[in-house]
Structure formats: C-alpha cells, structure tokens
Design a protein around this ligand. Structure first.
Ligand code: 13P
Ligand code: SF4
Length: 334
C-alpha cells in the first residue's frame, strides 16, 4: 500500500485533486454553512438543511460528497437512493440525533397515539421513519401553519426550536427534551456584556439557542435567513449567535462589517464550534472522493418510510396555499 493510502497526504495539492476527482467521478460537493471555510469555498453549493435536501433531491450527479453531518448525508441518500453518497467522516453526528434514540421515540409516540410527530431534520433515518412530517428551521413555521389547529403535535428532538415555535405561533406542542450542545453553550451574561460594548449592533440568532439568548435577538432564523439578514445590515457591527463558521460567508459578502460571534461562558466562542462538523476536513473530502468511502447506506424499508416524512416536508415547504394533506398520525405499534 502506498504512503498516501496509509494516510499521509504529503505532496498532494488538495484543491487540484478534489477538483480533478469531482470531474472524474461526476460528483457534486454539497456543504453546510458550519463547515470550515476551505470546504465552503470548494463546494458546488453551500446552504442550510432545507436547501441542501432540495439540491440532493434534484442533482443529476452520480456521486454526492456531503460536507455536513451524518443526518444531512442520510437525507441525501433517502431522497436520492441511486446515488453514491459519501460523508468525509462517518463520526460526524449531532447531539440532537443522539438525544432521540428510535426505540425511546417509538415508545413516546405510542403513549400519545392521537399526536402527529413533527420532527426536526436533525435526527436519524430511523426516527424520520417513525415521524409524520420532517421540518427544518427554515420550513418549520410554514409547515406548522398548514396543520389544523385541533391536531395535537409532538415536536422532537430540539426543545429550544420547539419552544420557539410554540411561543411564536401559540401552538401547544409536546416537546422532546433534546438540545444542540453548540447553541446551548452561548452565555446570556456574556452576550449582554458584548451588547453593552457594541450598542446598536443587531443580534442574529438560530432558533436552536435557548430562550434566554433568543430574547435578546433582533432576528431569529435558519442559517440561510441569518445570512440573508446579515447581508442587508446597515450596521458596522453584527453579533451572530450560531456556529461561527457561517461568518465566512458574511465576511465575504460584507468585508467592511465587523461580525462577532456570540460568546460562551468563558467569554470567547471556541466552545460554539460544532465538534461534529469539524470532523470533516479537506483531506477527508479528498479521500472520500478518491475511495468513494465512507458511504451512506440505509436499509431499504427504513429509507422508504423516512422518505414519506421527508417528501411531506418538501411538499409543504413549497406549498403556496391552504392546509397541507397531513394524513393521520403514523401508526408506530406494528
Ligand atoms: P439550518 O437548517 O438552519 O442550516 O440548521 C441546521 C443545523 O441545525 C445545523 O446544526
Ligand atoms: Fe447538531 Fe448542533 Fe452540530 Fe448542528 S450545530 S450539527 S444541531 S450539534
């Protein structure tokens, strides 16, 4: 085996090789905003969870190299099963996914048979297969507005996003107690100090943040909506309460603006780098394209069930009028 195959990539021009392999493999590189800047820059498309799902469903490439976390790459495979989907590091998980094991979720659903399960996309394929409708942070409100008022709802697994939606829409939902460890780490005390230092600087926050942070935000939304809001700012300083790698896009768009990441309890924001997203590197992206490994595989029966709840999300997120056809709550006991 060559030194390169054993893991030493000395002498490899990663940008050149990734570009060559992308052509050779007929691959598309999709990246989330929380990936390191070099990965964002080499990707064919950078987006939020909903944008990336749509791209994965539409692409005619033969290979999808997914630079994000595992639930995102699984979503791509569920929607495009004929494609090879590689994830640079298969350990790129998510604390929200970990908080919601399928057996416990199934038992919870069985305790509440009259509730539909509206489930955040940050969950495993098995949990998607047990859910009625998937949502992302950018589509949740629109999808919720299409569910009849009298319909009882379980919202899983992010209690902060669920709580935010409940406060905003007045819908009473049963919340699964999961959290994102990254957004949970922001400190209200430190944020207030930063706001005092930069009076008038708008605070843009992701709804995965706890309510104590969201209460100080001028804008709450998905990564793509935070980015859109930042692009239209007239302020010379903007405080960003989400994973700090998104600031790469902001700094590229508005080089004259000072974007500051909201701090964690120790006063700096290193604790807000997503440790799962950070597992993907340019080196691993290169080897994933070279070896077409590690590959996402999903058992077909799980994939087909998970696809139903994802298809509902895609339809309801694009719907222009009226109530969505939500159907009856999924029967989980069989
Ligand atoms: P967005 O859909 O807002 O990009 O959020 C995705 C996410 O949770 C990554 O942590
Ligand atoms: Fe999961 Fe939070 Fe990382 Fe997003 S930022 S992938 S929700 S742990």
């Amino acid at each position: 085996m060559s030194a390169e195959r054993q893991g030493s990539l000395k002498g490899v021009d990663l940008i050149e090789e990734i570009n060559r392999l992308r052509e050779e493999r007929n691959a598309v590189i999709l990246a989330h905003y929380y990936q390191e800047p070099q990965i964002q820059d080499i990707a064919d498309f950078v987006g939020d969870s909903l944008d990336l799902s749509r791209k994965a469903a539409e692409t005619d490439a033969e290979v999808i190299a997914f630079c994000g976390v595992r639930f995102m790459a699984e979503t791509a495979k569920i929607l495009s099963p004929e494609k090879i989907v590689v994830l640079p590091d298969m350990d790129a998980g998510c604390s929200l996914e970990d908080s919601c094991p399928p057996d416990k979720f199934k038992a919870f659903r069985e305790e509440h048979p009259d509730h539909i399960a509206l489930t955040y996309i940050n969950c495993s394929a098995a949990v998607k297969a047990l859910s009625d409708i998937i949502v992302t942070s950018s589509s949740a409100e629109k999808i919720l507005s299409q569910i009849p008022e009298e319909q009882k709802i379980i919202f899983a697994p992010d209690k902060h996003l669920g709580g935010y939606l409940a406060r905003k829409t007045g819908r009473d939902m049963l919340l699964w107690p999961g959290v994102c460890i990254v957004h949970e780490a922001f400190s209200e005390t430190e944020l207030l100090k930063l706001m005092a230092k930069h009076p008038g600087a708008p605070v843009l926050a992701h709804p995965e943040c706890p309510v104590a942070i969201l209460d100080h935000a001028d804008h709450v939304g998905s990564t793509s909506s935070i980015l859109a809001k930042a692009r239209e700012t007239e302020s010379d300083t903007v405080i960003v309460a989400t994973e700090p790698h998104i600031m790469h896009q902001m700094e590229k768009a508005l080089p004259g603006v000072n974007f500051i990441g909201a701090p964690g309890a120790d006063g700096n924001c290193n604790c807000n780098i997503c440790p799962y997203m950070a597992l993907n590197t340019m080196e691993k992206l290169y080897t994933a394209l070279r070896d077409l490994e590690p590959r996402i595989e999903i058992e077909e029966s799980v994939r087909l069930e998970a696809k139903k709840s994802l298809d509902k999300m895609l339809a309801m997120a694009s719907s222009t009028v009226g109530m969505g056809d939500i159907g009856a709550p999924r029967v989980t006991g069989d």
